[in-house]
Ligand binder design. Structure first.
Ligand code: DQA
Length: 147
């Protein structure tokens, strides 16, 4: 069974409470539950990981190279400046899909830059919690093409 790892970066544990006008009212737990249900229905195993710490995200990306077939990554604000996370993505061979709930290109100028985008398979942004589910569909096509 193919395994998908979802990595949520800083402050995403507060989804539902945090700026609901930007990120929606659904809780972090509810979004993950729906993700796991959808992934299971599609025949995937899913693991969810969240950390507010850059190094922990890097360690998890390293682990994923042996433990997962694809990664869906919302790196939160690290997206915009973490060369260390970018290098970790470059260091692993499995596809990493960049995800954002909000449309980062329609927000503050500093959010328009993603330093991880060039080393990710693709970017999905702006669909609220559905960005994660669109990413799941994308992973399905990527893994089908690989096999
Ligand atoms: C985010 C967008 C980032 O700019 C922000 O720092 C986040 C969340 C999103 O999902 O829309 O923490 O990654």
């Amino acid at each position: 069974m193919k395994k998908i790892l979802v990595i949520h970066g800083p402050n995403l544990n507060l989804l539902g409470e945090r700026e609901p006008g930007v990120y929606g009212n659904d809780s972090f737990e509810a979004i993950n539950k729906e993700f796991v249900e959808k992934a299971t229905q599609m025949g995937f195993e899913a693991e969810i990981f969240q950390s507010n710490h850059e190094g922990a995200i890097i360690d998890k990306l390293h682990e994923s190279r042996k433990e997962a077939d694809a990664v869906i990554l919302n790196a939160g604000a690290y997206t915009h400046y973490s060369y260390a996370i970018r290098d970790a993505i470059s260091a692993i061979k499995i596809p990493v899909i960049e995800v954002h709930l909000s449309n980062i290109h329609a927000r503050d100028e500093f959010r328009h830059t993603s330093v991880i985008a060039p080393v990710c398979k693709g970017q999905i942004a702006g669909f609220g919690k559905n960005s994660y589910y669109v990413a799941l569909e994308a992973v399905k096509y990527i893994l089908e093409e690989q096999s």
